[in-house]
Design a protein around this ligand. Structure first.
Ligand code: AMP
Length: 245
């Protein structure tokens, strides 16, 4: 089984970011970059499948600049077999990412595209769904459990009203939620091994045609200071005073 895991390089999700002075983007000067945390969960799941079945092959792919190699090498250190960098300096919105990944899927013919449910930098939560639609493949989003059977997957997914279990024939697209697994700590031998794993660079199949445009980036308003209350009665009185209850 061939698994393709798209991996996005994102600003460290625990870092504090600020807009650029012109308000047209995010100032990433001096920021640390990481694998998008939901993609790390997807890589972990794919690698666990390979550890259970050596016939599984895991390819990770990033669309972006040469700096993405850092995250791809980390994905190889977790245990992916090979990496692919679709090298570009252009801006991709979710439809453009989905179009590029769909072109790649037509070439590589994976049985499963396992990816993060969303990127923590722009929180779009769109690429997986758009990719499944473009490929006309079944999809299961927000996966919290994946079980393999012959030619199909059983996926438990998290919804607002509880858990839903779906059966999907392969090939399909699955997006990973937080509870799918806990990614492993990357040990030194993995890092050393990753240096000799294949990392291929390719130009994009097509130029992106972004349909959305960032017109403004603003920092959230600063939080007003909290107030400590001595009792529940005081809390009720304060909430009543604000007209909340
Ligand atoms: P989004 O819809 O932008 O929140 O992203 C959902 C998923 O799409 C991410 O978790 C990644 O798996 C994938 N993705 C988004 N952008 C890229 C990119 N530039 N390169 C590779 N994968 C990406």
């Amino acid at each position: 089984m061939k698994i393709l895991v798209p991996v996005k390089r994102v600003v460290d999700p625990f870092a504090k970011v600020r807009p650029t002075p012109d308000g047209f983007g995010i100032d990433t000067t001096g920021q640390k970059f990481e694998i998008n945390p939901f993609d790390e969960i997807a890589i972990e799941e794919a690698v666990r499948m390979r550890e259970r079945d050596p016939a599984v092959d895991v390819t990770v792919v990033s669309i972006g600049g040469p700096e993405c190699e850092e995250q791809l090498r980390k994905a190889l250190a977790i245990g992916a077999d090979r990496a692919l960098l679709i090298e570009t300096d252009r801006t991709y919105d979710p439809p453009s990412v989905a179009a590029e990944l769909a072109a790649l899927a037509a070439d590589l013919k994976p049985d499963l595209i396992l990816m993060g449910k969303q990127a923590t930098d722009d929180d779009c939560n769109q690429v997986g769904q758009m990719l499944a639609a473009k490929l006309d493949w079944p999809q299961a989003t927000f996966a919290s459990k994946i079980e393999r059977a012959e030619g199909s997957l059983t996926v438990t997914r998290e919804t607002d009203t509880g858990e839903e279990t779906l059966e999907l024939p392969l090939p399909c697209v699955v997006t990973a939620d937080l509870r799918l697994n806990e990614p492993r700590y990357i040990a030194l031998p993995g890092i050393i091994k990753a240096r000799s794993k294949p990392l291929e660079r390719r130009p994009p199949a097509a130029q992106p045609k972004p349909r959305t445009r960032l017109i403004k980036a603003e920092a959230p308003p600063p939080r007003s200071a909290g107030r400590k209350l001595a009792s529940v009665d005081e809390l009720f009185a304060a909430l009543k005073g604000k007209g909340v209850i």
